[in-house]
Structure formats: structure tokens, C-alpha cells
Design a protein around this ligand. Structure first.
Ligand code: 0O2
Length: 252
């Protein structure tokens, strides 16, 4: 099949008056829309990968660590704002190379230990290349933010070419996600100038979310996914959930 012709890159010379001609603007706009499509398709690809994993696990009656998946495509305004803020060259090649979070996918898991499992399932796929990894769980941000961030690249098969497109994947628990969504809203409400007392409260709330995650992880280790008791070797010290568990069994 013959590939459709694509418009050549316009020579965006001003016409002498300093203005860019309308036909040149149209071509530029078309190229930007086409460029952004790569990222939309990359989101579709990664989302499909996670949905396949979920359905495959469900079908084989195995434990499914994924609670839900969200995605977002950065708006053209945010992309251009980031290019300006970071002082990257303003052209598509530079945006491709430098702005790695145009496509974003967030995977929310039930338990802390699920995060590494989900990470390995996606990073281990043949066509997925991990470009960068930031572990804000082991190294929590000072405000309390926790999440595992991966920048991966995946092939996107367009009609006339294959492009490797970067996607930012954020993997976190329900509690981490709950905290981050609220913090994000507060941050935007105050346009980044959050009052110090509110910041301190948010950091305390992050600590509470973390404690909840740790307690849930302990429970998760005590009870296997069919509601049976886990091997003694998997029980952790510290929290006295085993006594609670004994009582529950005694009531049966
Ligand atoms: P949105 O609306 O989610 O896209 P940079 O992207 O260069 O500004 P950096 O250091 O490269 O920042 O990336 P980093 O710190 O790994 O974080 C990128 C994304 O992680 C952010 O994207 C947020 O989604 C999330 N994130 C990071 N830190 C925080 C935080 O303290 N609170 C919350 N709620 N989210 C955070 P964007 O583009 O900022 O926002």
C-alpha cells in the first residue's frame, strides 16, 4: 500500500512584515496535531497492555494487582508552557526529546507490594524500553508525595512509519493516589503558594496514608487471596493482626 503524502516541513520565514503567513500556520498546526496523535496512540497502546494483563490474570484466576487505570494527554498549552519554562528549543524534535510526559498513564494498585509486580509486568515486555525510573516511594518527596514513575518508550505503528513514543507511567496505591489528587487540587487552588500550616497538614496526611498502606500490606500478607491463612513465614511482626485473625477463625 502506498503511504499517503505528508506535508513537508514549512519554511517559516516571515514575509518581510514579520508576520507568518496563514498557509504556513495551517501546515504548522497540522504537523502539531499529527505529532500529538503519536502520544494519543501511545496512551492507547499502554492502556491496552494493562487491560490485557488484568483480563489475563482474571481469566487464569490469579490475583489482579490493578485497581484502576487513568490516562491523560498533556494539553498543547501545557506542552508549550513546559518548553518555555525549561528553555528547550521550540521545535518538534526538541519537544520529542525533552518533554517525556506528554502521554501519561496512571495505574492504581491495592497494595504497596503490587507496585513492583505491576512495574515488572510492563517493563518486562519485549517492545517496552524503560528510559528512566524514579522511585518516590523509597525516596518520598519532602511534601510526602509517593509514587513510582517510569518513563518508557513504545513503538507506535502509524500508516507510513513506526515511531518510538515516550510515555510516563505513574504506579501507586489507592492511598497514595487519594493523597496526590487532593494535594494537586490544593496546590492549584493556591497557585503553588500553599500556606505553610496547610503544607504541614498535608505532609501529616501523607504520613497517615503511608501508615494505612503499611497496615493494609500486613493484612494482605496474613490472608491469601482466597481468604485462607498465609504461611506463618509470611506473617510480619509488629502489628497484632494474627490475634484478630484467630478470633475471626474462631467465630466461623
Ligand atoms: P500533571 O497535571 O499530573 O501532568 P517536570 O515534569 O519536569 O516538571 P519532573 O521532576 O521531571 O517534573 O517530574 P516528576 O517530579 O517526576 O513529576 C512529574 C509528575 O508527577 C507531575 O506532573 C505530577 O503528576 C506528579 N507529581 C510529582 N510531584 C508531585 C507532588 O508533589 N504532588 C502531586 N500531587 N503530584 C506530583 P505534572 O506535570 O506536575 O502534573
Amino acid at each position: 500500500m502506498k503511504s499517503p503524502e505528508r506535508s513537508p516541513a514549512p519554511d517559516v520565514e516571515a514575509d518581510g512584515s514579520g508576520a507568518v503567513r496563514i498557509d504556513e500556520l495551517r501546515v504548522l498546526h497540522g504537523q502539531f496535531v499529527d505529532f500529538m496523535l503519536d502520544y494519543k496512540f501511545a496512551i492507547d497502546e499502554i492502556t491496552t497492555k494493562f487491560n490485557i494483563l488484568r483480563e489475563d490474570l482474571h481469566n487464569s484466576n490469579e490475583y489482579n494487582p490493578i485497581e484502576h487505570i487513568n490516562s491523560r494527554l498533556k494539553s498543547p498549552e501545557s506542552v508549550l508552557e513546559k518548553v518555555q519554562r525549561k528553555k528547550y528549543p521550540m521545535n518538534l524534535a526538541s519537544i520529542r526529546e525533552n518533554v517525556l510526559d506528554i502521554a501519561g498513564v496512571r495505574v492504581v494498585c491495592s497494595f504497596i507490594s503490587d507496585i513492583a509486580a505491576v512495574r515488572d509486568m510492563i517493563a518486562g515486555q519485549e517492545d517496552v524500553t524503560v528510559l528512566d525510573e524514579r522511585d518516590y516511594i523509597t525516596h518520598r518527596k519532602p511534601n510526602g508525595y509517593q509514587s513510582l514513575h517510569l518513563i518508557v518508550s513504545i513503538p507506535v505503528f502509524r500508516v507510513d512509519r513506526t515511531v518510538r513514543v515516550p510515555v510516563e507511567i505513574q504506579i501507586r496505591t489507592i492511598a497514595m493516589d487519594f493523597w496526590a489528587s487532593l494535594e494537586h487540587k490544593i496546590y492549584y487552588k493556591y497557585r503553588g503558594q500553599v500556606p505553610p500550616n496547610l503544607l504541614a497538614e498535608l505532609t501529616r496526611a501523607a504520613e497517615a496514608a503511608n501508615q494505612l498502606d503499611e497496615k493494609m500490606e500486613s493484612l494482605h500478607r496474613l490472608v491469601d487471596h482466597n481468604g485462607h491463612r498465609a504461611p506463618i513465614s509470611e506473617r510480619q511482626g509488629g502489628l497484632d493482626f494474627s490475634a484478630l485473625y484467630e478470633n475471626l477463625l474462631a467465630e466461623d
